[in-house]
Design a protein around this ligand. Structure first.
Ligand code: C2E
Ligand code: MG
Ligand code: MG
Ligand code: MG
Length: 295
């Protein structure tokens, strides 16, 4: 009896392992179907100027609505896509979609004359593809979008684990005029020393730092240090995952210029972002109205 009791958890474990393998296999097929069938979409989260509250950028975040399992978070399907190589077509799709949506997003800058960027997350596997930079150039060329309006976000760990090819691709993108951001900064074994040699314009401080910024003055000082160091090498800083006014205040005191987080807005579908951040609907001038018989 006792023996059986001891075995049971192991059996349950074995069973759940094989179930997991099956469901991962199924999920991988589903993801490739989703990619082929337009079941993926992008949501957009604003990046704001912390002093003025103006919108300076939108980050594109992929969303997958599974027909049976409902919304699957990117923290689950992006690693799956990376394991299976599907991240390459997924990333190509996200880049094209975001560039197409830029036409609508660019009008949401506050003040309106300001350059607005759209930020797209890029996997290390995409950067390692020999034709990645050429593909970015082709997308920009065919859309007519200014390279400076596009920001590509690469996680700190991708950069640290990257090869010579990664750095070469980043330098090529930079020389094309594309803006580059280092994402999730502070989650890897951050080595500050490599930053001055890297072509990044923007440093995104990970949410884990922002979560604890109000727990001690030492933690706030660390963020202040990161902002100062980034500024010294010519980078601008975005704080990720700001949820409270207190965090925003501490970040302003730490001279952090830009912020992103639920305090300002959750990621929104394009239409919602446009209605939420667009200029108040102005009455159309008479000549723009449809001809309805009046002269
Ligand atoms: P990320 O690039 O660091 O994006 C920020 C994540 O934090 C997003 O999660 C966003 O929804 C979430 N977030 C923003 N503000 C707050 C906040 O105030 N509180 C909380 N709790 N969360 C906040 P999301 O959309 O689930 O994406 C997770 C990660 O998946 C992204 O992290 C990014 O690394 C990856 N990802 C998403 N879309 C793509 C894509 O198209 N390509 C690639 N390669 N990765 C993607
Ligand atoms: Mg990102
Ligand atoms: Mg991040
Ligand atoms: Mg992240």
């Amino acid at each position: 009896e006792a023996k059986n009791d001891l075995r049971r958890p192991w059996r349950a474990y074995q069973q759940s392992m094989s179930e997991r393998a099956v469901s991962r296999f199924a999920l991988r097929n589903d993801l490739s179907t989703a990619l082929a069938g337009n079941a993926l979409s992008l949501h957009y989260q604003p990046v704001v100027d912390m002093k003025t509250g103006g919108v300076v950028a939108f980050e594109a975040l992929s969303r997958w609505q599974h027909p049976l399992q409902g919304a699957i978070p990117p923290d689950s399907f992006v690693p799956l896509a990376e394991e299976t190589g599907l991240i390459v077509p997924l990333g190509r799709w996200a880049l094209r979609q975001a560039v197409a949506d830029f036409e609508h997003l660019r009008q949401l800058a506050t003040p309106p004359c300001r350059l607005l960027r759209v930020a797209v997350n890029v996997s290390a596997l995409q950067l390692a593809e020999p034709d990645f930079t050429a593909d970015v150039a082709a997308v920009l060329e065919s859309s007519g979008m200014a390279p400076a309006s596009l920001c590509l976000e690469i996680t700190e760990s991708s950069v640290i684990d990257g090869t010579g090819r990664t750095l070469e691709a980043l330098r090529d993108l930079k020389s094309m005029g594309v803006s580059l951001a280092i994402d999730d900064f502070g989650t890897g074994h951050s080595a500050l020393s490599y930053l001055p040699d890297m072509p990044f314009d923007v440093l995104k401080v990970d949410k884990s730092f922002i979560d604890t910024i109000n727990t001690s003055t030492a933690r706030a000082e660390i963020v202040r240090g990161i902002v100062g160091m980034a500024a010294a090498v010519g980078m601008r800083v975005v704080a990720e995952g700001i949820e409270t006014r207190e965090q925003a205040q501490l970040l302003r005191e730490a001279s952090c210029h830009y912020g992103q987080g639920y305090l300002y807005s959750k990621p929104l579908p394009l239409a919602k972002a446009v209605s939420e951040f667009g200029p108040a609907q102005e009455p159309k001038p008479p000549q723009a109205r449809a001809n309805n018989g009046h002269h």
